[in-house]
Design a protein around this ligand. Structure first.
Ligand code: ADQ
Length: 455
């Protein structure tokens, strides 16, 4: 068996810093087990070094190999086509998508540069596993350079219905280049089905078996591989000193009052304004919660160089101020809005001390916060997950309270129901979900994908 080469836009860290997301942890585990290389962008923008010298850093059997980008690459490929064109379209936000030819050209150029630097690392028998929307065209470019090994692709974000994706200029070229992969993985059956529908409707493709399609003269595996977390590991975090300290801090201010928690990067796909409005509606429609229930929203800003992200952040500050102004009392603040990240163990403490997690994305590939919240609960007195039907996680976690985030009244009613849910029901929902996330954890996700990729 050859080595595994993982490709993602951001690389590492290899050590568990306590800050890495579930993805990094899962990938490090499989890389450690098989040995291999993790290749991608260094995170540095530099004029001289652009795709010049590769930085290589080895720790036992795993090597990190990274390259810098120059400013034009960063702006056209990363901030441009990836985050101004593809991210909004794949999250159904045609209104926010910018179609700019230089972005598209930058995307192809940077994918080609990555391919050029990656090719010498590949030896016969190796398998290459590419991640996410930054690299739709990477395999096509590797194939054009004569690379014949197995190459797989996993999309972490949604793949929308053909009606949406066909609004992307030159969408056929993009999807055709995806068919250069051997295995194409999605978070949910919904996304997988959209992709197959696209191939059938737009490319004369056909299904040739449960997980195989033929299109553009290629036959490939197309399958849902729902991503997991290290649920066993995460379930221990609330008991760590840092986890306990957070829970105690919160209990000290809450007393016998209840807390609803939201945790997200600030992003328009996460439905945070909808969440604030639903919480406001809870206070309006069920006034007994005034002074009794608060919302803690933890949301570090992300991609602040993009206008759409600055706008959403302003909107959230404004909304929180408005709702607090309307309902706050001297000893109670309805919404506590914290604009920074927390270390993972502290986060687990926040989850455990919250009666409800309110996860309301308008679209989300999976949403790991939903899984982390379940993992962090006290099995004897678990909280309730209120989850958007538009998160990939809703396909698996159907024992959560599923809501339509656009329906403010329904979300408020579900919050009220969750606040009053008897212990027996909370426990049975929690147990069913916990068993699923422990079984379908991050390790199993990676192994399952790689078993298909190894052919
Ligand atoms: P994201 O859009 O980043 O991921 P999500 O799946 O929720 O969304 O993962 C976020 C991660 O960052 C979680 O592990 C969470 O704990 C952490 N995080 C978020 N806010 C934080 C905060 N304030 N402090 C500390 N940590 C915080 C993309 C896709 C998702 C998909 C994942 C993985 O958009 O749909 O689930 O990739 O495939």
């Amino acid at each position: 068996m050859g080595k595994l080469i993982v490709v993602s836009n951001r690389v590492g860290p290899l050590k568990d810093t306590g800050k890495a997301g579930g993805l990094a942890v899962a990938l490090v585990d499989v890389l450690r087990e098989r040995g291999g290389v993790w290749f991608g962008w260094s995170g540095q923008v530099s004029e001289e070094g652009t795709f010049g010298e590769m930085k290589r850093q080895k720790s036992r059997n795993v090597e990190l190999a990274t390259v810098d980008m120059n400013k034009a690459d960063y702006e056209e490929f990363y901030a441009g086509y990836a985050n101004r064109t593809l991210w909004p379209i794949l999250h159904y936000r045609l209104d926010l998508a910018e179609f700019d030819r230089p972005y598209e050209q930058g995307y192809r150029r940077v994918n080609e540069r990555f391919a050029t630097r990656l090719k010498p690392l590949i030896e016969p028998g190796d398998v290459v596993w590419v991640h996410d929307y930054h690299f739709f065209t990477l395999a096509g470019q590797l194939r054009a350079m004569g690379v014949e090994c197995r190459i797989g692709f996993f999309l972490h974000i949604p793949f929308p219905s053909p009606d949406i994706i066909t609004a992307l200029p030159r969408h056929t070229a993009l999807v055709r280049s995806m068919l250069a992969y051997d295995v194409i993985g999605f978070q949910s059956n919904r996304d997988r089905n959209h992709f197959i529908e696209y191939l059938i409707q737009e490319a004369g493709g056909e299904r040739v078996g449960e997980d195989r399609v033929r299109a553009f003269g290629r036959e490939v595996v197309v399958k849902a591989f729902p991503i997991g977390i290290d649920a066993e590991g995460f379930s221990q975090f609330p008991k760590s000193p840092e986890g306990r300290r957070q829970s105690q801090r919160i209990k000290a201010i809450l007393g016998d009052r209840a807390q609803i928690v939201g945790v997200d990067r600030v992003d328009y796909s996460k439905g945070i304004p909808h969440r604030f409005r639903a919480f406001e509606r809870l206070l309006e429609d069920y006034p007994e919660n005034r002074g009794r229930v608060s919302l803690l929203q933890v949301a570090p800003p992300s991609r602040s160089e993009l206008d759409a992200y600055v706008d959403i952040q302003r909107e959230l500050e404004h909304l929180a101020g408005q709702i607090n102004g309307r309902f706050a009392d001297v000893d109670w603040t309805p919404i506590r809005f914290i604009m920074r990240g927390f270390p993972r163990k502290a986060l687990a403490g926040l989850y455990r001390s919250s009666r409800i997690a309110l996860v309301t994305p308008l679209r989300d590939g999976m949403n790991l916060v939903a899984k982390e919240y379940v993992a962090a609960q006290d099995p004897e007195d678990p909280g309730v997950l209120v989850l958007s039907r538009f998160a990939g996680a809703a396909e698996e976690l159907n024992e959560s309270v599923i809501v339509n985030p656009y329906d403010t009244e329904e979300v408020a009613g579900s919050l009220q129901m969750a606040l009053q849910m008897p212990l027996d029901e909370r426990k049975s929902r929690y147990e069913a979900m916990f068993n699923k996330i422990v079984t379908n954890d991050a390790k199993r996700w990676a192994e399952s994908f790689l078993s298909y990729l190894s052919g």
